[in-house]
Design a protein around this ligand. Structure first.
Ligand SMILES: [Ca+2]
Ligand SMILES: [Ca+2]
Length: 331
């Protein structure tokens, strides 16, 4: 996986001043002062709509007890704040949003008989708590009139081994003691055209005095893993990997301890891999300086994950969320 976070999702240049949007991020524990803190995001309290399919020959029968409403989604709040960035900049009334989440309960037992796949759909509302003054959740700096677009992140990798009924996950990232992350670079795109690139390699893996790898070390903290850079190896076990359309993202601690969807890790020896330094990450950061043109930018981090003796090297490329420069002021 590649974790990739631009320093900000929006900038405005006004004369010699650069404004930076402090939107907040879906993973933030503390949103104080961010644009995302200006809304409520909650289930609307209404009874869920209920539909049912299946149930066998005689169809659905007797719904199960109504499940609890799922927690609200921070991603939805993040999107609302992003779409309101110009209202935060110019002042005014923020937008509202709604979305739904569904819980499916399958039943086939009980007296009276309960049958069917019952879907409970809950509605959530995102509501602003107040109108905002101009330049709310934006900070300014006199720069001469350009944006230095910074980004941070890390590369990590998961491997899965199945041996009879034993399932084992690993997050080590070395080959003979040397990083498997090779030829790692970042590029900047604007409106889909590549403008610039940066080398992120910081270690020489083959002794030719030229850096060609991204150094990895022990992860300091737990993190959520999802293989957004792709998957490779034995396709028979792709379903065991935490990747889009495969297993849902989960924390590395849960994955290693087997607190996870099937097939869950049942290898006792790796439960403390994070604490013992065997969960590796390759951290990186970079800066694209002196941007002045309004437009929609992304950062792309790409590289190669070195395979082992039985698997080929694997290329990856991950694109950041959009970063907007301009669009909120009349130029
Ligand atoms: Ca080299
Ligand atoms: Ca384990």
């Amino acid at each position: 996986m590649v974790a990739l976070t631009p320093d900000s999702s929006a900038y405005e240049i006004v004369g010699t001043t650069t404004w930076t949007f402090n939107r907040g991020h879906q993973n933030d524990v503390d949103l104080t002062g961010t644009a995302m803190s200006y809304y409520t995001n909650a289930w609307d309290g209404a009874t869920p709509t209920v539909t049912c399919t299946g149930g066998g020959q005689n169809g659905c029968d007797t719904p199960p007890a109504t499940p609890a409403a799922p927690a609200p989604l921070p991603t939805e709040l993040q999107q609302q704040a992003q779409s309101d960035r110009c209202t935060f900049f110019n002042g005014g009334m923020l937008g509202t949003g709604t979305y739904t989440q569904a819980v499916t309960v399958n039943v086939n037992s009980g007296t009276p008989a309960q049958k069917g796949s019952w879907k409970f759909t809950y509605t959530y509302a995102i509501s602003p708590m107040q109108a905002v003054a101009p330049e709310t959740a934006w900070t300014s700096e006199v720069t001469g009139g350009s944006v230095n677009l910074g980004f941070t992140g890390f590369v990590a990798a998961e491997s899965y081994q199945k041996q009879s009924n034993r399932h084992k996950y690993s997050f080590t990232m070395v080959d003979s003691g040397t990083t498997r992350a090779r030829n790692v670079s970042a590029s900047l795109t604007k409106d889909s055209a590549t403008l610039a690139s940066l080398e992120l390699n910081n270690i020489d893996t083959d002794g030719d005095m030229v850096n060609d790898g991204l150094a990895v070390g022990a992860a300091a903290g737990n993190f959520s893993y999802v293989a957004n850079g792709g998957i490779f190896g034995n396709s028979a076990v792709f379903g065991a990997l935490h990747a889009p359309a495969r297993k849902s993202a989960n924390s590395v601690v849960n994955i290693l301890a087997g607190d996870d969807a099937a097939p869950a890790d049942n290898f006792a020896g790796n439960n403390n891999d994070l604490a013992s330094g065997n969960v590796h990450i390759g951290p990186y950061s970079g800066l694209f300086n002196g941007l002045t043109e309004p437009g929609t930018y992304t950062v792309v981090v790409a590289g190669t994950l070195k395979g082992n003796s039985s698997t080929a090297d694997f290329g990856f490329s991950v694109t950041s969320n959009l970063v907007q420069i301009g669009g909120c002021t009349v130029q």
